[in-house]
Design a protein around this ligand. Structure first.
Ligand SMILES: Cc1ncc(COP(=O)(O)O)c(C=O)c1O
Length: 396
């Protein structure tokens, strides 16, 4: 079979592949504990879901402008402006089918053949594939393990060439849960400004942060003079438990947003209209969403504490990154590699077979020595799963 150069090297999403396998094994009757999922285990708040139902009943079932209804773009821009302490134009907001789609739009709009795009590693598995789809080249850059993989200007400088056009990172990070402090972020952002490197700042987990105000330091809280070219990415999926609704957004200056809208107008058109109605309710009522977000954040934080305690108790030799945000624990498992289990993918297959616990191999995130555990699961499930992992590892 032959495919076009566009997709020849494209691989299916590794994180989705594991959860698909886990679901299949479960359907076959196996006792599976799936700790691979990249989504909150909560339902979308009822009042947000109701807004979509009301919208459908009111006939909000037709096309909207490709960038989303102006009311939604305005509500998102208002929240961003409050964060920034200055007015960010609503015409800079492009609402897309999830943050993944916003990232795709950004890469396709700003990068192309001959460009190098730095990807902060360990990275969310989709970043390099999206860069390659735009026919640009991902260049991986990994901060030191002692700094929980956060990058410094020095790390970035070391891999930069005259072809470097962009840098993609997430903070809080998927897969490590690591979060840049405001000072660390500022150093990276100012480096990018001075190098004229465009930042793709993925802040999809910004509201799932376990320190201070509960909102991770972000691009908009930095002094505006720190910023060079950037695309801010956010969305409803993680903080409002709305993964299936497919609502994400980007913010850039409006003349740049126009090009992304043109791209979206020829690919997907608008995000689903009922989903926009739900998102409109959520973004228009920050007081009410804050209440739901706080409830979910507290649960994630409690589970973060639980999984760290269980690992410390049951597997004291195993290194992990203490998560400061998101809902993942990144665990170093290469000490358990041996004959027949020579990397993270083989390790995860062995573990699934042996214990029924599904984790995601670090190979999917650019570091084969590690695995990712999602703690977006009930306390009982987490406890059972980690005990099984510990028993299996003690037996090796
Ligand atoms: C870092 C990161 N960015 C973006 C996304 C995509 O979010 P969405 O579901 O809104 O497309 C994910 C989802 O797992 C993610 O982990």
């Amino acid at each position: 079979m032959s495919f076009s150069a566009n997709v020849e090297k494209l691989q299916p999403s590794a994180t989705m592949a594991v959860s698909t396998l886990a679901k299949r094994l479960r359907a076959e009757g196996r006792d599976v504990i799936d700790l691979s999922a990249g989504e909150p285990d909560f339902d979308t708040p009822e009042w947000i879901a109701q807004a979509a139902v009301d919208g459908i009943r009111a006939g909000k079932t037709r096309y909207t402008p490709p960038a989303g209804v102006p009311e939604l773009r305005k509500a998102i821009a208002k929240g961003l402006s409050v964060r920034a302490g200055r007015d960010l134009s609503w015409e800079g907001v492009v609402v897309s089918n999830g943050a993944k789609h916003s990232l795709f739009n950004a890469c396709f709009t700003f990068f192309g053949p001959g460009d190098e795009v730095l990807v902060a590693a360990p990275y969310w598995t989709t970043y390099p594939e999206i860069v390659r789809l735009a026919r640009a080249e991902p260049v991986f850059v990994q901060g030191s393990e002692e700094r929980e993989f956060r990058l410094t200007a020095g790390d970035l400088e070391a891999v930069t060439t005259e072809r470097t056009r962009g840098l993609i990172y997430s903070s809080p990070s998927n897969p490590t849960g690591s979060v840049y402090s405001a000072e660390e972020l500022r150093a990276v952002v100012e480096w990018a400004r001075d190098r004229n490197v465009r930042l793709l700042a993925d802040e999809i987990y910004r509201e799932i942060y376990f320190e201070g105000s509960g909102e991770a330091p972000g691009l908009l809280e930095l002094p505006p003079e720190s910023l060079g070219p950037f695309v801010l990415i956010g969305g409803a999926s993680k903080s409002f438990a709305m993964t299936g609704w497919r609502i994400g957004y980007s913010w850039t200056p409006p003349d740049e947003a126009k090009k992304m809208v043109a791209l979206q107008s020829h690919t997907t058109s608008n995000p689903a209209t009922p989903s926009q109605m739900a998102a409109l309710a959520a973004y228009s009522d920050p007081g009410r969403t804050a209440h739901d977000v706080a409830r979910m954040r507290e649960a994630f934080q409690r589970r973060r504490d639980l999984v760290c305690r269980l690992f410390d108790e049951l597997l004291p030799g195993l290194a992990y990154v203490v998560p400061r945000g998101a809902f993942y624990l990144f665990v170093r498992v290469d000490s358990a590699f041996g004959e027949g289990v020579e990397g993270s993918t083989a390790f995860c297959s062995w573990l699934l077979e042996e214990t029924g616990v599904a984790l995601v191999p670090g190979a999917a995130f650019g570091d084969d020595r590690w695995v990712r555990l999602s703690y977006a699961a009930s306390d009982e499930t987490l406890e059972d799963g980690i005990r099984r992992v510990a028993d299996a590892l003690k037996g090796t």
